[in-house]
Write a protein that binds this ligand. Structure first.
Ligand code: APR
Length: 240
């Protein structure tokens, strides 16, 4: 029989969750930032200075995401199972801009750093599905001609998306689980402290201790695709 009470679970994911699907992380050896100046490709100033370069960078990442061999891995699938078991008690907050969580089946998901498969109007902020022919000359289709479209990505110096909903969820969480994130980028790096302040049990699942490692109650070291399926199966058996 189902337990009557299911814990409220907030999961935060980072690039490590998609690493086993063949997508590069940012700060690991040979990571995305190794060959690029962050200022050039991931700031509003970089976009203003050279939009063509920024479009090239994100178009390459989008093309990679659409390669047939880039598919959800067992970590993504385990999180979809966890959502299925917990229903409305579950929220997935991701820093990832890929769509692998959705492809695995997650629906209760907030992309705090935006989405690779979406573009938005520089003036109104209205987002639309990315079209393959978008480049730095593409004009916005939602307002006056002359406005530019940009990748729907939160760059350094910009405020992440959905922060009100995320803060509210963290304040109510019974369990907070961070997976595959180095804990170097704020405000996501603060979520463990916020969840702990609310009395949540906090768990880190990562290939190596993250920068926030000492703030977590529990640690699981390993590849997400290998350790998460068992963790989720145990969790569901215990609580759902
Ligand atoms: N399983 C679990 N963890 C892994 C795996 C794996 N298979 N592979 C790598 N990792 C871990 C790394 O050890 C590292 O701690 O995932 C983490 C990835 O860290 P980052 O590259 O810093 O990525 P992330 O934390 O998601 O970056 C946050 O920074 O540049 C911005 O906007 C970008 O959303 C991104 C944000």
């Amino acid at each position: 029989m189902d337990n009557v009470y299911k814990p409220r679970v907030v999961v935060l994911t980072g690039a490590g969750v998609s690493a086993e699907s063949g997508l590069k992380t940012f700060r690991d050896n040979n990571g995305l930032w190794e060959n690029h100046r962050v200022e050039d490709v991931a700031t509003p100033e970089g976009f203003a200075a050279d939009p063509a370069l920024v479009y090239r960078f994100y178009n390459e990442r989008r093309a990679q995401l659409q390669q047939p061999d880039v598919q959800p891995n067992p970590a993504h699938k385990a999180l979809a199972k966890l959502e299925q078991a917990l229903g409305e008690q579950f929220l997935l907050v991701t820093q990832n801009v890929d769509d692998l969580h959705e492809r695995a089946g997650n629906q209760r998901i907030l992309h705090m750093h935006g989405k690779l498969l979406s573009a938005r109007c520089c003036k109104t902020g209205r987002a639309i599905v990315w079209q393959d022919d978008f480049d730095d000359t593409t004009e916005c289709r939602c307002c006056l001609p002359g406005e530019q479209m940009r990748p729907d990505i939160v760059w350094f110096g910009e405020v992440p998306m959905h922060m009100d909903d995320i803060i509210m969820a963290l304040a109510q969480a019974d369990v907070f689980i961070a997976i595959g994130t180095s804990g170097q980028v704020y405000p996501a790096a603060n979520f463990v402290a916020m969840a702990a302040d609310s009395g949540a049990r906090t768990i880190e699942i990562n290939l190596e201790p993250s920068q926030q490692n000492s703030l977590f109650d529990e640690h699981i070291v390993g590849r997400a695709g290998e350790v998460l399926p068992e963790f989720v199966a145990d969790f569901i058996e215990q609580y759902c």
